[in-house]
Design a protein around this ligand. Structure first.
Ligand code: MG
Length: 167
C-alpha cells in the first residue's frame, strides 16, 4: 500500500481597496482584495500549510517568513510551487487537495474551474485531484464575514517514488 499522509491548512486576510483579489493565481477582483506581505492569496497559503502539515515540516511562516524581503509581494502560487519542491526533496508528492473559501464577495462560482486549474497546475496533480468550495458567511460575520476572506484546506501527500521508506 502506498504510504500517505494528510495535513490541514487555514488562512485569513482582511480585504482592502486597491489590492487584487487572487485565489490560486486567478484574479477574481482587481480592485479589492486581501491585504498581506505577499500577494495575500489565502487559498495558496492554506494549501501550503496543508502540504507542510502532511509532511510534518512546520508551517508557511517557517519556510517563507513575512519579515523576509524575499517574500514581499511573492505570488502565493510561487510559494505553493516552492513548497511542492521542498516536499519533493523529502520524497513526497501531492496527491489530492480539498479546500473551502469563505467570503461574501466576490463570488467564487464563476471562477471555480480556473481556480481549480491554478491549484492543480501548481501542485502538479490532475484536475480530478483538486476541489474548491465557495461559502458565504450568511450575514453572521464571524472571522471573515464581509470584511475578509478565510480559507481551509486539506491535503494528502504520497511517497514520490512509490517505494516504502522509514520516513
Ligand atoms: Mg496568508
Amino acid at each position: 500500500m502506498m504510504k500517505s499522509r494528510v495535513g490541514i491548512g487555514w488562512d485569513v486576510h482582511p480585504l482592502v481597496d486597491g489590492r487584487p483579489f487572487v485565489l490560486a493565481g486567478v484574479v477574481l477582483d482587481p480592485t479589492r482584495g486581501p491585504a498581506g506581505h505577499s500577494d495575500g492569496d489565502p487559498l495558496a497559503h492554506a494549501v501550503v500549510d496543508a502540504l507542510l502539515g502532511a509532511a510534518a515540516l512546520g508551517d508557511i511562516g517557517m519556510h517563507f517568513p513575512d519579515d523576509d524581503p524575499r517574500w514581499k509581494g511573492a505570488p502565493g502560487v510561487d510559494l505553493l510551487e516552492r513548497t511542492v519542491a521542498i516536499l519533493a526533496a523529502m520524497g513526497w508528492a501531492p496527491l489530492q487537495v480539498d479546500a473551502v473559501v469563505i467570503c461574501d464577495r466576490p463570488k467564487l462560482a464563476p471562477f471555480r474551474e480556473e481556480v481549480r486549474n491554478g491549484l492543480a497546475g501548481a501542485l502538479g496533480v490532475p484536475l480530478s485531484a483538486v476541489n474548491v468550495k465557495g461559502k458565504r458567511s450568511e450575514g453572521l460575520g464571524g472571522l471573515a464575514g464581509a470584511a475578509g476572506v478565510e480559507c481551509h484546506a486539506v491535503a494528502m501527500i504520497g511517497v514520490l517514488d512509490n517505494r516504502e521508506s522509514d520516513r
